[in-house]
Design a protein around this ligand. Structure first.
Ligand code: 293
Ligand code: CA
Length: 160
């Protein structure tokens, strides 16, 4: 070994340094592409991406469209995620439907996978199941939630 071992280490050092440079370039490029691709219809919160296409429809239609795109209707699990959805509501000046409903059991709001919700941001005196027909959840421009009839048409926001 001796000399040949040392030159092999130096070769590896040069290769690592080259890779570090390439990784930095890729990271800065990716950071820019993220901004470009999110403008102006999407928001990134941690690992989650919220995106609207501007489409409006009833709950079933929105649910189907998100699923078709390989995502699901926006289902905020914390205040930061809810704020991202609120920003889209404000930007489009249109209320959205979340991937949350109490269709199965009145008063027990669940995600589309059937699990009970872990976060909520109800408007005061909501959910009120007005006229007994409100099983879906819309987001106001304040970010607050209201239960609403699933047959109403709202803006789509999917999460990926
Ligand atoms: C009632 C009382 C209103 C409330 C409304 C919504 C409908 O009309 O204060 O804003 O229900 O909950 O979803
Ligand atoms: Ca309501």
């Amino acid at each position: 070994r001796g000399d040949s071992g040392l030159s092999e280490i130096n070769l590896l050092k040069r290769q690592v340094s080259t890779l570090e440079g390439q990784l930095r370039a890729l990271q800065s490029s990716f950071s820019k592409y993220k901004k470009v691709i999110m403008f102006p219809n999407g928001r990134i919160v941690g690992e989650k991406i919220f995106m609207t296409s501007g489409y409006e429809g009833n709950f079933d239609s929105l649910k189907q469209r998100c699923s078709q795109a390989g995502g699901q209707l926006a289902s905020p699990q914390n205040a930061a995620e809810n704020a991202a959805i609120q920003q889209i509501v404000v930007l489009y000046n249109k209320l959205v439907f979340l991937g949350i409903n109490d269709i199965q059991t009145e008063g027990r709001f669940k995600y589309l996978n059937g699990e009970n919700i872990v976060y909520s941001n109800w408007q005061t005196r909501e959910p009120n199941n007005d006229k007994g027909i409100e099983d879906c959840v819309e987001v106001y421009s304040s970010g607050k939630w209201n239960d609403k009839s699933c047959g109403e048409k709202r803006l789509i926001v999917c999460e990926f």
